[in-house]
Design a protein around this ligand. Structure first.
Ligand code: DGT
Ligand code: CA
Ligand code: CA
Ligand code: ZN
Length: 577
């Protein structure tokens, strides 16, 4: 959808023209056009010139610009404009208390082009020397910058979800809430979260606002209204809450779950069907009669769409699939039959081998793989050959005592810098399952790392490649690797690829999950647990898999033990499962 792109570019042009001090009517025209394009409800690239001019606020000039952008992907007027006024000035306008005149002055006289330069000037108390800026304004600008930095920060879902659940729990206990749910990116299980959005119904919205703003962790109340409030928690995370009427709850839930791009597509379908969709409900265009809105499902039903699970609401094909009633039947947590990547205290985990099965059995799993590190990873007390043999005996003894559950003797084998493995074939074939991964040489070239993983996959004993990109969200970038080639290799050799469910890894990343599926690669969702609490991270892996459109059949650890072992043997025999 080009609507959002064009609307963004027009808004940006309006900002830039404002900084330049241009004619207010011209500026207003751009903003109005931007607004109307965004809420158009149909794909702008499909409109004729005449239809373009039918959009309120769009005349010949803007219609021409839209056509230019659609045809070339560029807009000359915009490019001319940013020759005069640097694009980065637009972000300065977001600082509360800074208007276009001041931004323009700051740029022309002091060459302030971005927030960092502005902050420097304010901290050195140079700002208040500028005509029109008082000391108080300087302090406010610094506060504004701090807020801006905070709201542009994104947090890993692993850190946000427990907070969101605490808030929901707190509100259920301390406020007269009826229906209550997280919305926004949290409900969609996005890997990073900008802010938490909460939605509820209540007989007494004011009481909900009070309870919400008085939660123990609230550091600052940014806004408190009768049905809507925003707070900042200790640690900087922002939380929005809205209380809506019962009759609108479903429509509001759909609206505030987003994504924005998905919502725009729904509105477009509504318009085509003579309907109007907003956060209050779905209405008939001709007489404004309300057709639904109390339940979220109604919205999809009335639009003749299959219900779209929140994880898929990103406008990446789900609307088309829902319209054709061909959405995938997504994987569910209950489909998971075991965990194929678990560490004990034989290497760097803290669980005794004897206790390892307790939580998985309680979860109803049928197997887990004990995959301690191999000798190459000294820092993690990787196992040498003798310890492997010793551990195997201990695992065999454990299995004699277990009924309906199996501890698989596995290893997380280190892929050496040249693609070789820590153990030779004699030892490798003693394992029930071998998971291989990269733990060193992150600085190697893309070709080297890719080759290295491809080489490891050629080994018939390697069943799974663990955390294939090595990233730690917000802490460490992925190593350079040609993931497409790795997935191709996985498909060719019959090797499964891990979706590591540890919330800071979430590795394989989502776009590659869909690519893997399209290549027929099997995915193993594993927690990489080092303590018993981490088995619960499986839900992060399953949600990520759902965002990647995976079904039960795409996931290795939904198989029964026997089928799983047959698959592993098959690659060992033929080099391909
Ligand atoms: P985040 O917070 O950046 O991780 O992402 P979201 O998706 O939670 O975004 P947020 O908190 O700004 O807004 C929550 C939902 O509200 C969003 O997914 C869709 C809806 N929404 C917000 N602003 C707009 C808008 O301007 N137009 C439309 N159509 N929907 C919006
Ligand atoms: Ca949000
Ligand atoms: Ca929000
Ligand atoms: Zn591991």
């Amino acid at each position: 959808m080009k609507n959002i792109d064009i609307s963004n570019i027009f808004n940006k042009m309006a900002d830039l023209l404002e900084i330049k001090g241009e004619n207010v009517f011209r500026i207003r025209a751009y903003r109005k056009a931007a607004f109307n394009i965004e809420s158009l409800g149909k794909d702008i690239s499909l409109l004729t010139q005449a239809e373009l001019k039918d959009i309120p606020g769009i005349g010949g000039d803007l219609a021409g610009k839209i056509e230019e952008y659609l045809a070339t992907g560029r807009l000359q007027a915009y490019e001319e404009l940013i020759k005069d006024v640097p694009e980065s000035l637009v972000t300065l306008l977001k600082v509360p208390g800074l208007g276009p005149k001041t931004v323009s002055l700051l740029y022309s006289r002091y060459n302030v082009k971005d927030i960092d330069a502005l902050e420097r000037l304010a901290r050195e108390h140079e700002l208040k020397k500028i005509p029109g800026i008082r000391e108080k304004t300087e302090t406010n600008i610094l506060k504004g910058i701090e807020m801006l930095k905070r709201t542009s920060a994104r947090y890993p879902i692993g850190k946000v979800l427990p907070v969101a659940n605490d808030i929901l729990g707190y509100l259920s206990g301390h406020a007269p809430v009826g229906k209550l749910s997280a919305a926004g990116s949290v409900r969609r299980w996005k890997e990073t979260i900008g802010d938490i959005d909460i939605l509820s119904t209540s007989e007494d919205p004011a009481a909900v606002m009070n309870a919400f703003t008085r939660m123990p962790d609230v550091k600052e109340i940014l806004m408190k209204g009768p049905t809507k409030s925003t707070v900042v928690l200790e640690g900087g995370l922002q939380v929005d809450i809205r209380v809506v009427d019962e009759e609108s709850y479903g429509a509001a839930l759909a609206y505030f779950t987003g994504s924005k791009a998905h919502n725009i597509r729904l509105r477009e379908i509504a318009v085509k069907g003579g309907l109007k969709l907003n956060e209050y409900g779905i209405f008939r265009e001709k007489d404004s009669r309300k057709m639904g809105g109390a339940r979220e499902e109604e919205i999809y039903e009335i639009l003749k769409l299959q219900f779209v699970p929140p994880e898929l609401r990103e406008d990446t094909g789900e609307v088309e699939a829902a319209s054709a009633h061909s959405l995938p039947h997504l994987l569910e947590l209950k489909d998971i039959k075991g965990d194929l990547h678990v560490h004990s205290n034989w290497s760097d985990g803290n669980m005794e081998l004897e206790d390892l099965a307790e939580v998985p059995i309680a979860k109803g799993y049928r197997y887990i793989a004990v995959t301690d590190h191999s000798k190459g990873l000294g820092v993690a007390r990787g196992l040498h050959e003798e310890r492997v043999i010793e551990q195997r005996k201990a695992i065999d003894a454990m299995n004699k005592k277990l009924r309906g559950f199996r501890l698989l003797a596995g290893i997380e084998i280190n892929i050496k810098n040249d693609g070789g493995l820590d153990f030779d074939e004699e030892i490798l074939k003693s394992f029930d399952i071998v998971v291989a991964s990269v733990h060193s040489g992150f600085k190697q070239s893309k070709e080297q790392i890719t080759k290295r993983i491809l080489t490891a996959m050629e080994n018939p004993f390697v069943s799974v490649i663990a955390h294939p990109s090595g990233r730690l969200i917000g802490e460490r970038e992925a190593y350079e690797v040609d993931m497409e080639e790795v997935l191709q290799g996985a498909s060719k050799t019959g090797t499964a690829i891990e979706i590591n469910a540890y919330p800071l890894r979430l590795d394989l990343a989502e776009p590659y999950i869909r690519l893997a599926k399209s290549k027929g690669v099997s995915l193993a969702i594993s927690t990489d647990s080092h303590n018993s609490g981490q088995f619960d991270n499986m839900v992060f892996g399953v949600s990520l898999a759902r965002r990647g459109w995976l079904e039960k059949k795409d996931v290795l650890n939904t198989l029964d033990l026997n089928r799983l072992l047959i698959g592993i043997k098959k690659k060992r025999k033929t080099g391909k499962t």
